[in-house]
Design a protein around this ligand. Structure first.
Ligand code: LMR
Length: 328
């Protein structure tokens, strides 16, 4: 299968052949929601597609559908269990219906930086999390980094009280709902593709995301500014259906796993840099970026820490301790 550039339209994809595929090849549809250009997930998915199509020619073929063109982030896991899509990389906040263990990733200020997240994901505890949904039919293949979350709104946010009364979009995660309620704000669950419109029409006042998503989807254009809070993480689980994965011929599964591991290591090492480039682009385009003083940051940390207690039982003390230990 030769590498392909353009994606087929979502509505026709289930009935049409994939552009990269030839007869007899195992077809792999990879669905995600972000842009492809200058985005940690977009770049990684495109690289994976290219390598599968070049190196597994005759055996397997892959087509990536970015920008929610195939499935919305809230629908893709059901589609996977129905066999309509084979791979995806939803953010770790979007697995709530399948496991409560992933709530650890949403606890505010639990990770100091993306290196801490990396150490935790590669620890024994992190490895075990990939298999947390096996009984529900989902298999985690790899963690992909995006980066740390920043906070934006239609007014300056410097201390926790600034967020009071504002409506914030959150991903479909109860931890993130609790986080904004803790600030006296109004969280609203919304899919990624609706965020820009929501901000523009003022259905919501603010949102939290990485530099690459804030630049990639132009959120900064419809916000007063973004505060560099690094208060949480947006990372991904590359996920597949256990049934599909176990049914692959051994040589195909092994080769696919090897390519994925290499792509993961190569791209995770670049994710911080990619986000910094996006931050620079925001500033270049006239977007306002605010930083916190040490004292302001302390205020956010202590305002949000009570959120942890609400989810300790779901996550497990052992998992939380392992996450904290990764900050060393
Ligand atoms: C979001 O919904 O804000 C992000 O998870 C989108 C993504 O996949 O980066």
């Amino acid at each position: 299968a030769a590498a392909v550039g353009t994606a087929l339209l979502a509505t026709t994809v289930s009935t049409q052949a994939l552009a990269a595929c030839e007869d007899g090849e195992i077809k792999i549809k990879f669905s995600h929601v972000t842009n492809t250009d200058k985005h940690p997930k977009g770049i990684a998915a495109t690289l994976l597609e290219k390598r599968v199509n070049e190196e597994m020619n005759g055996k397997a073929c892959m087509e990536v559908f970015p920008n929610s063109t195939l499935y919305d982030d809230n629908k893709v896991l059901e589609a996977m269990l129905n066999g309509d899509v084979q791979m995806a990389a939803p953010s770790l906040s979007k697995f709530e219906k399948f496991t409560k263990k992933f709530r650890v990733f949403d606890l505010p200020f639990i990770f100091e930086n993306i290196e801490s997240v990396d150490r935790f994901q590669n620890s024994e505890t992190g490895e075990a999390l990939k298999n947390a949904m096996r009984r529900k039919g989902l298999k985690g293949l790899a963690f992909w980094h995006n980066g740390m979350k920043q906070l934006s709104a239609n007014k300056p946010l410097l201390v926790p009280a600034d967020a009071e009364g504002l409506k914030f979009r959150v991903q479909a995660s109860d931890v993130l709902v609790a986080q904004f309620e803790q600030l006296g704000a109004n969280p609203q669950k919304m899919s990624f593709k609706e965020v820009y419109g929501g901000l523009q029409t003022k259905v919501i006042d603010g949102q939290e995301n990485t530099w690459s998503n804030i630049y990639g989807k132009k959120f900064f254009e419809v916000q007063d500014g973004t505060t560099e809070t690094n208060h949480g993480v947006i990372d991904y689980l590359v996920v597949t259906s256990t049934e599909w994965w176990d049914g692959l011929p051994d040589d195909v599964r092994t080769q696919l796993a090897t390519i994925l591991k290499e792509v993961t290591e190569a791209r995770n090492a670049e994710s911080f840099k990619v986000n910094q480039e996006n931050k620079a682009k925001i500033i270049e385009a006239g977007g306002v970026v605010r930083t916190l003083t040490a004292d302001q940051r302390k205020q956010w940390v202590s305002a949000l820490k009570p959120v942890w207690d609400k989810f300790t039982d779901d996550i497990g003390e052992d998992v939380i301790s392992a996450a904290e230990a990764s900050n060393a």
